[in-house]
Design a protein around this ligand. Structure first.
Ligand code: NAD
Ligand code: UDP
Length: 322
């Protein structure tokens, strides 16, 4: 068994995805053994190619809706498509991934007495009527809309985590992640940051949905991963849920203008219909994260965007699909 002085065996589900690949990398750099479990639905081998061959890294192709029997000390449960385009592609599988995936990973954590962290989401607040969002807000979520497979799946996963904690004394951690961006986002996943950057680099129209007055708060990936790792290392009495993200709030139109400025693109903004149930505003209240994690995001939007633009620019120049 690992103790606090030795390296740990850590399972990262969804480890070949955007956030998961950064997390695997950071955990290996700390000297841990990482088992990356992924069905490669939205993730890819390219994201973890640089880790393959490292004796501390192992990739297992597996769908978390089926049981998994491995020996590990900690579990980061990230498996789930995260962009609206991807999670709405097969909504039934999305709910199964959140709910059956949580049951299977919690069952595994119970059997091997592992500590387990859930990558939950600001989507549990739905279209929030409290602003900024605090963890004690129960949310405003449509249970039958096109985003519900994701929102309600993640809400049910949180329920399961807290029931396993109360009923089986599992050591749990729940992070409510707000919009995060950075290198290794999927270029075609339809999320706003990747869409705008790819459109700007290709000189295509920038597609703003609705009037672009809706807001989001964007966190750079390195800051987010630091928060997840700190959360896993908090004392057993702290379960969360805890908001993690960047409180800097921007309208979608402001984001479009920023991307055009930073890429020097000649693209113009065009307006397209707003998708159903699209939340109007979103900003994390970080009071709890500051107190419990001693953490604060440090990357300004312009700096993070520059690094993300450089990533997509290099992909496009190598003619990788974008
Ligand atoms: P992503 O789509 O890049 O990564 C998800 C990974 O999970 C992919 O590698 C995918 O192949 C894998 N996966 C999907 N279904 C699976 C299944 N049934 N079995 C095994 N693997 C499966 O998305 P991401 O942005 O890296 O998100 C990671 C996690 O963080 C997700 O749980 C997401 O809900 C959560 N989250 C992300 C954000 C964000 O802004 N990026 C915000 C809130 C929450
Ligand atoms: N959005 C947009 N143009 C795009 C993609 C997204 O205006 O090409 C908007 C979308 O309607 C939403 C916001 O940007 O209001 C964030 O969308 P994303 O899918 O990135 O994340 P989420 O809605 O899940 O927060």
């Amino acid at each position: 068994m690992a103790n606090e002085y030795s390296n740990k065996r850590i399972l990262v589900t969804g480890g070949a995805g955007f956030l998961g690949s950064h997390l695997c990398e950071r955990l290996i750099a700390q000297g841990h053994d990482v088992l990356c479990v992924d069905n490669l639905f939205t993730g890819s081998r390219d994201n973890i190619l640089h880790l393959i061959g490292n004796p501390r890294f192992e990739l297992m192709r597996h769908d978390v809706t089926f049981p998994l029997y491995v020996e590990v000390d900690e579990i980061f449960n990230l498996a789930c498509p995260a962009s609206p385009v991807h999670y709405q592609y097969d909504p039934v599988q999305t709910t199964k991934t959140s709910v059956h995936g949580a049951i299977n990973m919690l069952g595994l954590a119970k059997r091997v007495k592992a500590k387990i962290l859930q990558a939950s989401t600001s989507e549990v607040y739905g279209d929030p009527q409290v602003h900024p969002q605090t963890e004690d807000y129960w949310g405003h979520v449509n249970p039958i809309g096109i985003r519900s497979c994701y929102d309600e799946g993640k809400r049910c996963a949180e329920t399961l985590f807290f029931d396993y904690h109360r009923q089986h004394k599992l050591r749990i951690k729940v992070a409510r992640i707000f919009n995060t961006y950075g290198p290794r986002m999927h270029p075609n996943d339809g999320r706003v940051v990747s869409n705008f950057i790819v459109q700007a680099l290709k000189g295509q129209d920038i597609t703003v949905y609705g009037k672009g007055e809706q807001t989001r708060s964007f966190c750079y990936v390195d800051d987010l991963i630091e928060a997840l790792m700190r959360l896993m290392n908090t004392g057993d009495d702290f379960t969360g849920p805890v908001n993690v993200g960047n409180p800097g709030e921007f309208t979608i139109l402001q984001l479009a203008e920023k991307v055009i400025e930073l890429t020097g693109s000649s693209s113009r903004v065009v307006f397209r219909p707003l998708p159903g149930d699209d939340p109007m505003q979103r900003q994390p209240d970080l009071t709890l994260a500051r107190a419990k994690l001693g953490w604060e995001p440090t990357t300004a939007l312009a700096d993070g965007l520059k690094r993300t633009i450089a990533y997509f620019d290099s992909r496009l120049s190598k003619s990788l699909p974008a």
